[in-house]
Design a protein around this ligand. Structure first.
Ligand code: HEM
Length: 416
């Protein structure tokens, strides 16, 4: 079956509406309904094929016939002004995340050495010192607002230091990153897209200034290494370098912060699990995998079918994504698929297969910063809960109203 079967898949009472604030507040019940009733579901809005089963998500992410370059390759409705604007603005340098092979393969090889578990592990002592300094301040104050006092500044300082970027414009960079990631949201407006374009206009001259400084006087930092990078004759051009630096900054700002925030909230809501982790340092690595699975920051990503891709529709039939069809891989839904994770809505830090989660994606675009993010979150959360025998939430957490990168943006803690 072809497009006709896709149209049929959109019928029925199941809905996927990223504009519904209730969905963004708690997407998991919607994922469950989709997965059990319409696991391959055509949304009415922008013609995404939403897939929610773990096996489908992994298959698409690893599929040789998909593209990550949605703006260039996805079929779009010319009557939809947002889709048309996205398509028009696709010009310009692409970053590693949106490139397909062979450019993706070349860039990934050039930069991957800096992010291996071994090179990241070297940062551990400096990370511990940063977290402990924040916890000292919290101890003196008797509490902290987790996001502003630790979850945001800590990964930002780490990535800035790793790159060798100054931190004097941290507030501005934070705002820029937030405005850039707003364009990734399905509910982004034309105004959001305009603002994103404006941010790049402001950010690029600032970054070019720093790159030029490093080029003239290299230091022992990642930025200098990236400027000099060459591998078997492969190199990175100036536009690729800038796009990569921007991506690292945005990743450093917008994702680990949410793993620390969402992770702490999950622990506070499961005091038995918090107590178990506090008592057992052996759980440090496994706990982070389960927190990523349970409520990870990145809820979905997209691919475009470049050849027909068939799916079992869950009702004895088939759905075919034809070339140009955008496929939305619901990572959060895959991570709660009961076919893979027993009692998926229960937080169990000792879950044996938690690391099979796809919160960092899968296949060629698997998160380059995964080791860094996991180490940061593990140090931040484990040291916080071990330093303070009593950690309590004050009031209610506040969620940022986003779904692509989803997380709490205020979590007030009382610490004793
Ligand atoms: C908990 C924190 C993080 C999460 C949940 C996360 C999630 C992801 C996901 C889902 C992707 C792949 C998207 C796709 O397949 O389309 C990705 C890619 C990427 N991430 Fe992360 N990320 C995190 C932290 C970081 C950090 C700290 C860095 C770097 C400092 C980073 C750098 C990157 C890069 C460069 C890519 C592109 C890789 C490629 O396309 O080959 N991420 N991340």
């Amino acid at each position: 079956m072809g497009a006709g079967s896709i149209a049929a898949a959109s019928e029925g009472r199941v809905r996927w509406d990223p504009n519904d604030p209730a969905f963004r507040a708690d997407p998991y019940p919607t994922y469950d309904r989709l997965r059990s009733k319409r696991p391959v579901f055509l949304s009415d809005r922008r013609s995404e094929l939403v897939i929610t089963r773990y096996d489908d998500v992994v298959r698409v992410l690893r599929h040789p016939d998909v593209s990550r370059d949605v703006e260039a390759n996805a079929r779009f409705d010319p009557g939809d002004p947002i889709a048309a604007a996205r398509h028009e603005r696709r010009v310009g340098a692409k970053n590693i995340l949106t490139l397909d092979p062979p450019d993706h393969t070349r860039l990934r090889r050039l930069v991957s050495k800096a992010f291996t578990p071994r090179s990241v592990e070297r940062l551990r002592p400096a990370m511990i010192a940063r977290v402990d300094a924040a916890l000292d301040r919290a101890a003196a104050a008797g509490g902290m607002e987790l996001i502003d006092d630790l979850a945001f500044p800590f990964p930002f300082d780490v990535i800035s230091e790793l790159l060798g970027m100054p931190t004097d414009r941290a507030d501005e960079m934070r705002e820029w990153s937030q405005q850039l990631t707003a364009t990734l949201e399905p509910q982004a407006t034309l105004a959001d897209l305009d603002l994103g374009a404006q941010v790049l206009t402001d950010m690029i001259p600032y970054l070019i200034g720093i790159v030029d400084e490093r080029r003239a006087a290299p230091r022992d930092d990642l930025l200098s290494a990236l400027i000099a990078v060459e591998d078997d004759g492969d190199t990175m051009d100036a536009a690729e370098l800038l796009s990569f630096v921007i991506l690292l900054y945005v990743a450093g700002h917008e994702t680990t912060v949410n793993l620390i925030g969402n992770g702490m909230l999950a622990l506070l809501r499961h005091p038995d699990q918090l107590a178990a982790w506090r008592a057992d340092p052996e759980l440090d690595a496994a706990a982070i995998e389960e927190l990523m699975r349970y409520d990870g920051p990145v809820q979905h990503t997209v691919r475009v079918a470049m050849q027909p891709i068939e799916f079992d529709d869950g009702h004895g039939g088939q759905v075919v994504a034809e070339p140009g069809q955008m496929i939305l891989c619901a990572l959060g839904a895959a991570n709660h698929d009961p076919a893979v994770f027993d009692q998926p809505d229960t937080l169990r830090l000792d879950r044996l297969n938690a690391s099979r989660h796809v919160g960092f994606s899968s296949g060629i675009h698997y998160c380059l910063g995964a080791s860094l993010a996991k180490l940061e979150a593990s140090i931040a959360l484990s040291r916080l809960i071990r330093r303070f025998p009593r950690v309590a939430m004050v009031g209610e957490p506040h969620w940022r109203d986003r779904i692509t990168i989803r997380g709490v943006d205020r979590l007030e803690l009382q610490l004793a």
